[in-house]
Design a protein around this ligand. Structure first.
Ligand SMILES: Nc1ncnc2c1ncn2[C@@H]1O[C@H](COP(=O)(O)OP(=O)(O)OP(=O)(O)O)[C@@H](O)[C@H]1O
Ligand SMILES: [Mg+2]
Length: 165
């Protein structure tokens, strides 16, 4: 393992919908090492749920395969790679569009990627037909004292500006 990473984990499980909660909780336990707020943790759990559900429902459809999650913690950032060896996505740009779904009959709303993008800082999708799909997501955890520092800086900046004017 390279020295750059503070921590790393790998999780592999069968594409059964009962494992979706397992994946969400396991990733949350790993992410909690960064001391996230309840809201930040909820964002990560929701994004993981969406990506894992996609692998199970779209990637493997009626078949069973393995879903893999690699998690990395670097400084105050979590990086998650969620992948499957399923059917793949034909057009990633179209798939990412809000409300686009290939399974409207299964009460899918086509909002999975949009949700991942709004809850995480960065979302990248790589996919090859009949080979599989990999979603890489990143989120910076803002530590409470850091936030306080930031707001302190802003008010000091404002003070300097006000004095200069
Ligand atoms: N892992 C995957 N393998 C194959 N196709 C995928 C995968 N993930 C997403 N897709 C394709 O991208 C489309 C859009 O995914 P998205 O998660 O945004 O919506 P959805 O899963 O259809 O609906 P929702 O997530 O709102 O229930 C899916 O309908 C599917 O065609
Ligand atoms: Mg989805």
């Amino acid at each position: 393992m390279s020295e750059k990473f503070e921590n790393e984990m790998k999780l592999e499980f069968l594409s059964k919908s009962s494992n979706e909660a397992f994946a969400r909780i396991a990733v949350a336990a790993f992410a909690s090492q960064l001391d996230p707020s309840i809201e930040e943790l909820a964002d990560i759990k929701t994004a993981v749920s969406e990506a894992v559900t996609n692998s199970i429902i779209h990637g493997y459809e009626n078949k069973t395969g393995m879903v893999k999650i690699i998690g990395k913690l670097i400084d105050n950032k979590i990086i998650l790679e969620i992948s499957d060896s399923g059917k793949g996505i034909e057009n990633i740009d179209v798939a990412k569009e809000p409300l686009y779904t290939t399974k409207p009959n299964l009460e899918r709303s086509g909002m999975g990627f949009t949700i991942m993008e709004s809850f995480m800082d960065k979302v990248e999708v790589e996919s090859i037909l009949d080979i599989g799909t990999k979603v890489t997501m990143e989120k910076k955890i803002k530590k409470e004292d850091l936030l306080k520092e930031e707001s302190k800086c802003t008010s000091q900046d404002e003070l300097i500006h006000a004095t200069n004017e």
